[in-house]
Design a protein around this ligand. Structure first.
Ligand SMILES: NC(=O)c1ccc[n+]([C@@H]2O[C@H](COP(=O)([O-])OP(=O)(O)OC[C@H]3O[C@@H](n4cnc5c(N)ncnc54)[C@H](O)[C@@H]3O)[C@@H](O)[C@H]2O)c1
Length: 432
């Protein structure tokens, strides 16, 4: 099939490349010429394990192309995926859908034969209705169908998630579109993915509800970790004890810093906004957002206590600054709150992240990126393990810090408190 992905970010690029790998002809479109030029040379603009080989392989085969020309790309394709960003509006809970509507207008000017337009971006309920309205201003209704097909891939595991999804959700009442899309996804269905056909509005809500549920699980265990700290209980025991109950499930039950990333914060806010507009209170999700917003302050208070309220001139190291491992995505990472705060209080911060220096900290005096773990940790007073990268799991801290006394604050509980204390390192974890 001939596909076109509009928006070549984490979702558009990964799904476009994977669709090409399944034998489709795919054009990945973006308005960012720099990004497209890099991709044409097989230079990958994001960190995603395994993606570079797939881009090279499918570009070489001619099935994968990159373009900034949306008009031509839409005309050449039968199925068009909208994969642009849907951030939160400034100072609001509402999703900013301007990129989606802008793309819908552009698509509407280029339809001469039947096309399926798919919203893969995460969008509030009824966005599909609005996209349909925009396109129908220029195009006869029998020439297009607007479908919701939310994406559930996780950054860092994106290729695996795309190829082996738990489910494929297709929101459409059109039999013709459903048949075409079931065929498009048939290689994944035959590997075990469940194909779920719902109304368009239900598909839109499924995506938000899924993310809100996962954010709730994380917040639930984070709050219980606070209680464990007071009662001298190891939250890891709790996670296993409740997570092994199949009705609950162990995933997303690891205590840590505030959840971040490009999805959970904005999607929980957008869901509450949708509910508010429908005069329905989602009190659980509202309190999840509230609790998560407070979490970085709570951890910063702990850091203050650990340092006996003397932050000024302390040498603090952050290992990892992205919101989770195996991605370079900094969107809403808790480090964006924690590092500037500690910096303002006079700490001297060094950080190391496997995905490199982050422009977000460029303007902060006394915040330095170091090229390796050793340089970042050397002669530190406090090492904060912020992100759970594998390469942080077996560091000989005593050797590389090269200092008699230093403290470790392990926000991911990747070290054994018993083992590390035997080395006479002062150690704090989360909920234990
Ligand atoms: N990142 C994830 O893990 C993930 C997972 C599932 C769903 N989603 C959802 O998918 C959507 C996209 O997310 P993302 O992380 O890929 O975003 P992104 O910011 O990485 O990529 C979006 C791309 O769209 C491009 N773009 C914007 N307007 C355009 C236009 N008019 N024409 C062409 N290109 C345009 C941008 O230049 C950018 O490259 C969002 O709604 C997000 O919530 C994201």
């Amino acid at each position: 099939m001939k596909l076109c992905m509009i928006g070549t970010g984490y979702v558009g690029l990964v799904s476009g490349v994977c669709f090409a790998d399944l034998g489709n002809e795919v054009i990945c479109v973006d308005k960012d010429l720099n990004k497209i030029n890099k991709l044409r040379k097989s230079i990958i603009p994001i960190y995603e394990p395994g993606l570079d080989e797939l881009v090279k392989k499918n570009s070489k085969s001619g099935r994968l192309k990159f373009s900034t020309n949306i008009n031509e790309s839409v005309q050449k394709s039968n199925i068009i995926f909208i994969c642009v960003g849907t951030p939160t509006k400034k100072n609001k809970y509402e999703a900013d859908l301007s990129q989606v509507y802008d793309v819908a207008k552009k698509i509407s000017k280029n339809i001469k034969s039947f096309k399926i337009i798919i919203n893969k971006s995460t969008v509030p309920v009824m966005t599909g209705d609005k996209v349909e309205k925009i396109i129908s201003r220029k195009v006869k209704k029998n020439l297009f169908s607007v479908v919701s097909n939310p994406e559930f891939l996780r950054e860092g595991e994106a290729i695996r998630d795309f190829v082996y999804p738990d489910r494929i959700v297709i929101g459409t009442s059109s039999k013709k579109s459903n048949k075409i899309l079931k065929n498009l996804y048939s290689p994944l269905i035959s590997k075990g993915a469940k194909y779920i056909n719902t109304s368009r509005r239900a598909a839109e809500l499924i995506k938000y509800a899924s993310n809100a549920f996962l954010a709730t699980k994380i917040t639930f265990i984070n709050e219980l970790a606070n209680l464990c700290e007071k009662l001298n209980i190891n939250v890891e025991d709790l996670s296993i004890g409740i997570g092994t109950d199949k009705r609950i499930g162990g995933r997303f039950l690891r205590a840590g810093p505030a959840y971040g990333g490009s999805c959970f914060p904005k999607d929980t806010r957008a869901l509450v906004d949708t509910a508010n507009k429908s005069l329905t209170s989602l009190s659980v999700i509202k309190s999840v957002i509230n609790s998560n917003n407070k979490r970085s302050n709570l951890l910063l208070n702990n850091i203050s206590k650990i340092l006996k309220n003397r932050i000024k001139n302390k040498k603090i190291t952050f290992l990892g600054v992205t919101f989770k491992a195996n991605t370079d995505d900094m969107r809403e990472s808790s480090s964006l709150k924690m590092i500037p705060y500690l910096n303002k209080k006079g700490a001297k911060i060094k950080y190391y992240d496997p995905t490199g220096k982050k422009s977000e900290f460029d303007k902060l005096k006394n915040v330095q990126f170091k090229k390796n773990i050793k340089e970042a940790c050397m002669s530190s007073d406090l090492i904060i393990i912020h992100t759970e990268w594998n390469e942080f799991k077996l560091i000989d801290l005593k050797r590389i810090v090269n200092k008699k006394k230093f403290i470790v604050y392990d926000l991911r509980n990747i070290y054994s408190p018993e083992k590390i204390k035997k080395q006479k390192i002062q150690y704090f974890g989360i909920g234990r």
